[in-house]
Design a protein around this ligand. Structure first.
Ligand code: SAH
Length: 500
């Protein structure tokens, strides 16, 4: 039988999208994948391979390194294509070298696909560039050695004398000991230091301090492995570069798109649908009412998706003038090849200005909680308004919302995309007995409302709004949030003494 082969693939620091393209290809070809416990399950979804968890597993004990080597070799000798998936880069403190040698010794065809190492990526994702032209020109990566009982193989006196940035992996359990050794060896106790816990995961944390107090702070914050210690002046850059955590409260169907967009604007998005959309039964006279209206208006992409699922509505719309309240709604219509007009300002008022004097009748296909005052304004302008509710907004009962409420103090930004998201977030917190805590978190963080009605609802609920974007889109909210950073000025104080 033909012999198989082995590929050692670096999985990156956590986020499945930080797996390399080549790594992904090798995973898709694999018959067998041996992986460790520190992996995001999404990385293994949809693969056609036998999956073997060689890390610690509930009940079962972790395989010893020799057993892993043996398993790799055996599977390959059975003719299988074997992928050994390892966190970060396989050759940095991952014992990948030992696995590679074991394959070579047995004459097994073998390949390595490097990965994004947590040693650089975890600090980077937390806002700490490991080098910076004016701050640090060298990087030292060492192991903090977590295995108790084993002596550290490192000369900490020599390490303490090195210039530049020091990154310590596997160092959580010996944080005290290691920072003490560095101080005793002459590293200034005031040297900036930080811990990055679970870098690249949605629950990533940064704890900063100095070499002297970082161990204490980490203990207080209950930092756990996997985490990285970074020591050096570059740590100060995090004041300017650390990403902020933003709560995305939109309905489940819009989460993926919103999360992707928030990441592109440099935020860490936390998904927490505060509302859900429930379809309403369509009225029997729907077609006549569409016929009777001069134009049909959509006020949300959700409304478009729900309406166009119905083939009869789709056909009836073809002959109508269509109005979309904003670019996202317009795009949803375009996906169905429907042209639409959009008002200058993406708001109820903008729509009103656009319609006034041009159309005698209009039909809204929208949510049951659509803005009543929009209809009122149009009616006052002499336009015949009809309104068909396609869906209603209800509580989401999403466990992600509950989790967010429990951890509200960790958030930097709350993004409210409708008045119902605001109402439901607060009422859910009340049900959980955490309203006061949530209100504290809201007061401390940046609150942004997509438009005026949402801001007014927040005001009514006693929540101060910091930002309303000029254009009423989710992307404009992100843009306004990013701009406010610039407005507050970036002065990390990093380079003060070194720049002169
Ligand atoms: N080969 C891996 C490192 C393996 S050693 C790599 O290149 O990243 C395991 C150590 O890596 C952990 O103890 C921790 O110090 C660090 N680590 C791994 N993933 C991490 C993450 N997402 N955030 C912070 N540290 C991480």
């Amino acid at each position: 039988m033909a012999i198989g082969r082995v590929c050692l693939v670096g999985a990156g620091p956590g986020d499945p999208e930080l797996l390399t393209v080549k790594g992904r290809e090798r995973l898709m070809e694999a018959d067998v994948i041996l992986f460790d416990r520190l992996l995001d399950g999404r990385m293994l979804e949809g693969l056609n391979a036998e999956l073997i968890d060689v890390g610690k597993n509930a009940g079962r004990h972790k395989l010893r390194q020799e057993e892993i080597n043996q398993l790799l070799v055996e599977k390959a000798e059975e003719g299988k294509i074997v992928v050994r998936l390892k966190g970060g880069d396989p050759y940095l403190f991952g014992r990948g070298g030992e696995e590679a040698v074991a394959c070579r010794e047995r004459g097994i065809p073998f390949e390595v696909v490097p990965g994004v190492t947590s040693a650089i990526a975890a600090p980077g994702l937390a806002g700490i560039p490991v080098t910076h032209r004016r701050v640090a020109s060298a990087l030292t990566i060492v192991t903090g050695h977590e295995e108790p009982g084993k002596e550290s193989p490192l000369d900490w006196n020599a390490i303490a004398r090195l210039e530049g940035t020091l990154v310590v992996l596997m160092g959580v359990s010996r944080l005290d000991e290691n920072t003490d050794k560095l101080i005793q060896a002459g590293k200034p106790p005031q040297t900036p230091a930080a811990i990055v816990e679970r870098g690249g995961w949605p629950d990533q944390r940064l704890v900063s301090g100095t070499l002297k107090d970082i161990a204490e702070r980490a203990k207080r914050e209950k930092v756990q492995s996997p985490a990285i210690l970074v020591v050096g002046d570059v740590v100060r850059l995090a004041e300017a570069l650390a990403p902020e955590k933003i709560a995305i409260l939109r309905p489940a169907g819009q989460q993926e798109e919103s999360v992707a967009l928030a990441e592109r604007y440099g935020f860490i998005p936390l998904s927490a649908p505060a509302i859900a959309l429930k379809r309403r039964p369509l009225p029997a006279d729907l077609m006549e009412r569409i016929d009777a209206a001069e134009c049909v208006a959509f006020t949300s992409a959700n409304g478009v998706y729900i309406a166009l699922e119905d083939k009869a509505i789709s056909r009836a719309l073809a002959a109508k003038r269509i109005v979309a309240i904003g670019p996202r709604t317009k795009k949803a219509l375009e996906e169905h090849d429907i042209e639409s007009e959009t008002p200058e300002s993406y708001s109820s008022e903008g729509l009103e200005r656009m319609l006034k004097g041009r159309h005698k009748s209009i039909l809204f296909l929208r949510s049951a909680q659509g803005s009543k005052y929009l209809s009122r304004g149009l009616r006052e302008a002499g336009i015949v308004v009809d309104d068909i509710p396609l869906y209603e907004v209800v509580d989401s009962s999403d466990p992600r919302l509950d989790r967010l409420i429990e951890e509200a103090e960790k958030l930097d930004i709350f993004a409210f995309t409708s008045s119902s998201t605001a109402r439901n977030l607060l009422s859910r917190a009340r049900e959980m007995g955490r309203e006061e805590k949530l209100r504290d978190a809201l007061a401390r963080s940046t609150v942004t409302a997509i438009g005026k009605p949402t801001a007014e609802e927040l005001f009514r609920l006693g929540v101060a709004v910091d930002i309303i974007p000029e254009r009423f889109t989710f992307e404009a909210m992100l843009e306004a949030l990013a701009r406010r950073k610039r407005a507050s000025g970036i002065d990390p104080g990093v380079t003060k003494d070194k720049m002169e």
